[in-house]
Design a protein around this ligand. Sequence first.
Ligand code: 13P
Length: 255
Amino acid sequence: MRQPIIAGNWKMNKTNQEARELAQAIVQGLKADSTFSEVVVCPPFTALESVKDIIEGSNVELGAQNLFWESQGAYTGEISPKMLLTLGCKYVILGHSERRRYFFEDDQIVNRKVKAAIEAGFSPILCIGESLEEREGGKTRAVVSRQLQGALEGLEGEKLKNLVIAYEPIWAIGTGKTATPEQAAEVHSFIRGLLSQLCDEELSEEVRILYGGSVKPENATDLFCQPQIDGGLVGGASLDAESFLKIINSYPIGD
Ligand code: 13P
């Protein structure tokens, strides 16, 4: 049985003070309702330390939104795995479509980052997903397969044991258009099939595959009801404690 993850990707939102308030509200809200899922928040780098202090002792985990593969050196503007580990990050989002689009990260770059993250002991949340044009052109499987294989090149077996995948169709991100639960489930099954070629059956069954793209309190239950969907990577709706908590509580307690 895979433990679901509900992760909030705050993207480039929240000052330090705002981040503190949001984290506080999430921790408070979670005290009231126990949850079966693992809850992760991924604030911007500047707020990691403040949020770390607030979630300490709660069951909320910390994630970063990016890292650089080198451990230190003359790489102006970059952040190393060790810097993030010492701030208490367990997760790191990699390969997000916004990084691919605005910062020209290709599969090779994503691969270097995933390798560095795994080596440092993170659970990378690897994002993959097709554009609208690719979906309409019937290329979803080809794109997802290329991105997954590219990102995991040289990694197999046990190395994949902490990997988390987020299927995020680009056309569903920030657009209010969600993939239907069936559309998402179909791609999730396909991804799991690909994983089973990279590691043994048992391990491939343990990797959590999250859905991301306009997850909201209104559609979370339908998505999470699909056995192939092991949680969500939530953008916009994670910036408000009430809607994030509603999404978290869309999962049934215990099972
Ligand atoms: P939205 O939930 O705002 O569509 O963003 C999804 C996302 O990109 C999470 O990484």
